[in-house]
Design a binder for this molecule. Structure first.
Ligand SMILES: [Zn+2]
Length: 244
């Protein structure tokens, strides 16, 4: 049955609720699955909601598989014991020191070892501290890398900003300002470069026209396979504390 913002799905494992998200950005109806939000049915604003149940019916197998995958990912965040970055390739072990009442902070007494001081029992405080650390790493690493990629391709931009975005790896404004997500650090460098080339090509074409893809192909001949790997990477490589 169709409720205002959800569809109740009945299957062999029982009954569950598929949330519907109305999106101003969406151009068509599609299923979205992410570690942070689980599975949703995304519909463009003003879309005709009739027929959605048939769509759910037609994708039942796919939904069941994803639902099993994300049941694990949707659990409350665990403070990380280990952080693995792809760019630059680095692994950090994390230790926790309980300091009641103290403002939470993260120290790096030696390369590869992080020490969290503060209240470990507060998952939001823990997440904030690791997010701030990730953004600082990203600010040090991503802008110089973007400069290198820009120089290598001959594509220029005006400014680079780092943010912690939920739904996008990067974007490019009409004023040729490029935004990069700090989550890119979890990806291997070839995927980070792939995102950077994509956004740099938007400095010439503010769309996904054939001319845009031709420019991408010139600077990133493997873009099709890399793009497929990006979808997988978003689900599997970015830990849940990044988005809390
Ligand atoms: Zn694009």
């Amino acid at each position: 049955m169709l409720q205002q913002h959800a569809i109740t799905v009945r299957d062999v494992s029982g009954t569950w609720v598929l949330p519907i998200r109305v999106s101003a950005r969406a151009r068509r109806v599609f299923f979205a699955a992410s570690a942070s939000r689980g599975i949703e049915l995304v519909v463009p604003r003003g879309a005709d909601l009739r027929g959605l149940e048939a769509l759910v019916e037609a994708h039942r197998d796919w939904l069941e598989r994803r639902r099993a995958e994300y049941a694990e990912a949707a659990r409350p965040i665990q403070p990380p014991e280990r952080i693995a970055l792809g760019t630059p390739k680095a692994t950090y072990t994390v230790q926790y020191r309980s300091v009641p009442g103290a403002r939470s902070r993260l120290r790096e007494p030696e390369p590869g070892r992080l020490v969290f001081e503060g209240d470990r029992a507060d998952p939001i405080a823990v997440a904030r501290v690791f997010q701030a650390w990730l953004k600082a790493q990203a600010r040090a690493v991503l802008p110089p890398l973007l400069e290198t990629v820009a120089a290598g391709t001959g594509l220029s931009y005006r400014h680079c900003r780092i943010r912690l975005t939920r739904s996008r790896w990067g974007s490019c404004s009409r004023r040729r300002c490029i935004m990069l997500s700090a989550s890119l650090l979890f990806l291997p460098e070839e995927l980070v470069r792939h995102v950077m080339v994509h956004e740099l090509c938007h400095t010439h074409h503010m769309n996904h026209s054939p001319a845009f893809w031709a420019l991408v192909a010139r600077h990133d001949p493997q873009w099709r396979s890399l793009r497929r790997r990006m979808r997988e990477a978003g689900r599997t490589r970015v830990p849940s504390w990044v988005y809390r």
